[in-house]
Design a binder for this molecule. Structure first.
Ligand code: CS2
Ligand code: MN
Length: 366
């Protein structure tokens, strides 16, 4: 596996490449051109700029998260063909710079969804929280407003502002779209894009829905093992891959995460690992990565990835906000760095158990 770390770019992130470089084991940054409007081609010069910046710190740029999908593609509108063409061009441009994995999601209207971005935990740290009862009681507009007010210095990570300016119109458009329609639209998109991705040496890696169930009546099609199997079978190309996100799939405790890893190991191009702690009323909070701190079998997942010979990219996912850090919700430096170390510790233990404890004596010339 290759450990990576998400970075929002120069001037757009509270964290510097120098800091990322100093976290042991990090090989690359997971990046995106967050200011290019969804549906537009990512310009070669802009891609080159990020690649150069990362290279200065010996960090690779092989994983992009995300090239977002225009709503017209998800909705299956006639205009989708134009946006599929621009998507293909972006893949070609990225491939010129050695990009190997493109993470994306197919969630209607919203990307990830929480009710509180800075919910205080027992130890005084804060974390992202999903209050299941609140979501049932509020309108999407009220919850989005609440999230935006909660947010301090940055835009919401991963969300395109365009999606939120016109919520009501989008909701109306999705009224008649069933899960079957949405899967058909995803299949149409993948059938077009996968041959180009294959030529470019890129794996498309779909991110699961977060949370992994329908909210506000919107259809969702990447919620569980059955959904994932269905979409991987729909387009049988090595370029049709998966981002295994433990925290997203783990939003529903009925999902057996170790089984999902074992079932789709050869299609997992990218892994996001984090823990969540569940409450009886269906709510959950994003806890520290350690297995004892939440409800998910984090070490079991790492064992399963190791047993299956996982050689893809991995990153700690959202972290808590600790040590008074001011940062994007879920994307501070400290807790994610702790997460990266925990995950690497679990991985190295697997290596040790498999290979035995060979004495390691390496020395470098001064
Ligand atoms: C989420 C998403 O995994 C995450 O960090 O916050 O924003 C994710 O990046 C997208 O859904 C992937 O397309
Ligand atoms: Mn994720």
């Amino acid at each position: 596996m290759q450990m990576t770390f998400r970075w929002y770019g120069e001037g757009n992130d509270s964290i510097t490449l120098k800091q990322i470089r100093q976290i042991p084991g990090i090989k690359g940054v997971v990046w995106a051109l967050h200011d290019v409007p969804v549906g537009e081609v990512w310009p070669v010069e802009r891609i080159e700029e990020v690649v150069k910046q990362a290279k200065e710190y010996e960090l690779n740029t092989e994983v992009v998260e995300s090239v977002n999908i225009h709503e017209d593609i998800k909705l299956g509108l006639p205009t989708r063909d134009h946006y599929i063409q621009t998507y293909k061009q972006t893949l070609k441009n990225l491939s010129q710079f050695g990009v190997k994995v493109v993470c994306y999601n197919f969630m209607p209207v919203f990307d990830w969804f929480r009710t509180d971005l800075f919910k205080e935990m027992e130890d005084g740290s804060t974390a992202l929280f999903f209050d299941a009862q609140k979501v049932l009681a509020l309108t999407p507009e009220q919850v989005v407003k609440n999230m935006e007010e909660n947010q301090k210095d940055f835009t919401l990570p991963g969300w395109e502002p365009e999606r939120l300016t016109d919520l009501q119109r989008l909701f109306d458009l999705y009224k008649d779209i069933t899960e079957v329609d949405l899967l058909e639209n995803l299949t149409y998109f993948l059938k077009e894009v996968c041959p180009v991705a294959e030529e470019c040496g890129i794996k498309m890696a779909i991110h699961p829905d977060d949370p992994p169930f329908s909210i506000f009546g919107l259809p969702r099609i990447v919620k569980n093992k059955e959904d994932i199997g269905r979409l991987l079978r729909a387009v049988d190309s090595p370029a049709n891959g998966l981002t295994f996100c433990s925290g997203s799939l783990g939003g529903n405790l009925a999902n057996d995460l170790v089984d999902i890893v074992n079932s789709f190991a050869d299609r997992i191009a990218f892994a996001h690992i984090r823990n969540v702690k569940h409450f009886e009323d269906g709510s959950f909070i994003e806890s520290a990565h350690r297995v004892e701190d939440g409800s998910l079998p984090i070490t079991g997942i790492i064992n399963a990835l190791h047993e299956n010979g996982f050689d893809g990219y991995i990153r700690p996912d959202h972290g808590r906000h600790i040590w008074d850090e001011v940062c994007r919700p879920g994307y501070g430096l400290y807790d994610r760095a702790l997460g990266a170390m925990y995950l690497q510790g679990a991985w190295d233990t697997n290596v040790l158990l498999k290979n035995g404890a060979a004495p390691k004596k390496t020395m470098q010339t001064v």
